[in-house]
Design a protein around this ligand. Structure first.
Ligand SMILES: CC(C)[C@H](C(=O)O)[C@@H](O)C(=O)O
Ligand code: SF4
Length: 479
């Protein structure tokens, strides 16, 4: 048998039919659904008089539009278009008999946090959702990617998807990370290296010692941004860390089925002599805590750098940088650590998990946010929120001056009441920083939860290691 990559193995295990031109019909194991990209798909089924083919493999949760303040069960809290989408999901979930976590359910949250948390996402699966950050689930060694609304309808109706195979790309992060450097810094640093188009046409497998040593939360952060690097999906081969995380989750296999699943999962790795179409290697030791300065995730630099000048770039990027700097209101040569911010957002499917909250709280413990700062923590799910309360993290945030919100996409995108006003500048743990992403005229700097916490304290983009130096015990933490 010829050697295969992990992607090849999962792909081959799911091909139901292959046409002469290489187009395949793939079987889909899990279909995640949210309120924004599903209404027309369900409407299509209704019009055709069809059912959902595999309701037991279809999981829905409202997340993008929902307010994150108390009392949100009251539909009056939402603008009309959001209210219509959430009400449609409520009705569709009931009418079509799919799994559903309404806002009143403690398990509600961002779809990419809920899926893994509930054990819906498992190694070796194909996972799709009408959402580009479905890549997150690749952290389990699942082939996971976003689909469009017409494909949502196709998967609902048939539990299959028409796909062409992508090429194989390996991104290896060798060695160990320096203190203060996190999964978010890794994933931003990779995009800084490859650009937002570097992964176009590929499925990326992340590997190497620095990736292996990440928790599942960290691995999800890395895979979450595969799409920002242009890739179809990101993958990490499952290992003991994965199995440990999955074991005992509500929808994970149990007993003899667990043993059988584990036997298969242990075969899910890229063979030594597998063929790679593209390989990128970074040294873990070389990665610094980073922030973005522009309006693309590839506009990333170590926090110790200065704002670049358009002339530092070549080709089309010169004009793009000029426009970015103009929109961001930044002057070339300004130290990044002198950029003042007025808003801090900790949350999103990139960094809204328990470990992210722990990392931020570790920096904030016993400290206050800068006067006048608007700072919010939006846990990725109701269960993350409950756990953070139990661990005392919520109190650390609240004592520091943060708002402690209910779960949802929130300020990651401006589709709900949590938005930036024009000209406001936000340190955000989310994954996109394009113009208007967090509100019209809003300015976004992407960074890790620990870096966001540091910025909240000082009121400017800040090297988290400065704060860590004042609290020596943190230097040895894994945050
Ligand atoms: C609304 C949804 C379709 C969108 C996506 O696909 O990514 C959103 O989640 C985002 O992050 O921009
Ligand atoms: S948290 Fe942000 S990136 Fe993630 S699904 Fe929601 S809007 Fe998209």
């Amino acid at each position: 048998m010829s050697p295969k990559t992990l992607y090849d193995k999962i792909w081959d295990a799911h091909v139901a039919h292959e046409a002469d031109d290489g187009t395949c019909l793939l079987y889909i194991d899990r279909h995640l659904v949210h309120e924004v990209t599903s209404p027309q798909a369900f409407e299509g089924l209704r019009m055709a008089g069809r059912k959902v083919h595999a309701p037991d493999k279809t999981i829905a949760v409202p997340d993008h539009n929902v307010p994150t303040t108390e009392g949100r069960e009251n539909p009056e809290q939402m603008p009309e278009d959001s209210r219509i989408q959430v009400a449609a999901l409520d009705k569709n979930a009931k009418d079509f008999g799919i799994h559903y976590y309404p806002v009143s359910d403690i398990r509600q949250g961002i779809v990419h946090i809920v899926g893994p948390e509930q054990g819906w996402t498992l190694p070796g699966m194909t996972v799709v959702c009408g959402d580009s950050h479905t890549a997150t689930h690749g952290a389990f060694g699942a082939l996971a990617h976003g689909i469009g609304t017409s494909e949502v309808e196709h998967v609902l109706a048939t539990q299959t998807l028409i796909q062409k195979k992508s090429k194989n790309m390996k991104v290896e992060i060798t060695g160990k990370l320096q203190p203060g450097v996190t999964a978010k810094d890794i994933t931003l640093a990779i995009i800084g290296e490859t650009g937002t188009a570097g992964g176009t046409g590929y499925v990326i497998e992340y590997c190497g010692e620095a990736i292996r040593s990440l928790s599942m939360e960290g691995r999800m952060t890395v895979c979450n941004m595969a799409i920002e690097g242009g890739a179809r999906a990101g993958l990490i081969a499952p290992d003991e860390t994965t199995f440990e995380y999955v074991k005992g989750r509500p929808h994970a296999p149990k007993g003899a089925q667990w043993e059988a699943a584990l036997n298969w999962w242990k075969t899910l790795y890229s063979d030594d002599d597998a063929h790679w179409d593209k390989v990128i290697t970074l040294r873990g030791e070389d990665i610094a805590p980073v922030v973005t300065w522009g309006t693309s995730p590839e506009d990333v630099l170590p926090i110790t750098s200065t704002v670049p000048a358009p002339e530092d770039f070549q080709g089309g990027k010169v004009e793009a940088a000029r426009r970015s700097l103009d929109y961001m209101g930044l002057k070339p040569g300004t130290p990044l650590s002198e950029i003042e911010i007025d808003t801090v957002f900790i949350g999103s499917c990139t960094n809204g998990r328990i470990e992210d909250l722990r990392a931020a709280a570790q920096i904030l413990k016993g400290k206050k946010i800068k006067d006048g700062m608007r700072a919010m923590v939006v846990p990725g799910s109701g269960l993350v929120r409950a756990q953070a309360e139990e661990e005392g993290l919520a109190d650390i945030f609240k004592d520091a001056g943060f708002e402690w919100r209910l779960a949802g996409c929130s300020m990651c995108l401006a589709m709900n009441p949590d938005q930036l006003a024009p000209g406001e500048r936000c340190a955000a743990t989310s994954n996109r920083n394009f113009e208007g992403r967090q509100g019209r005229g809003g300015r976004t700097h992407l960074l890790s939860p620990a870096m966001a916490a540091a910025a909240a304290i000082t009121g400017r983009l800040t090297d988290v290691r400065e704060i860590m130096a004042q609290q020596p015990e943190a230097m040895h933490g894994d945050a």
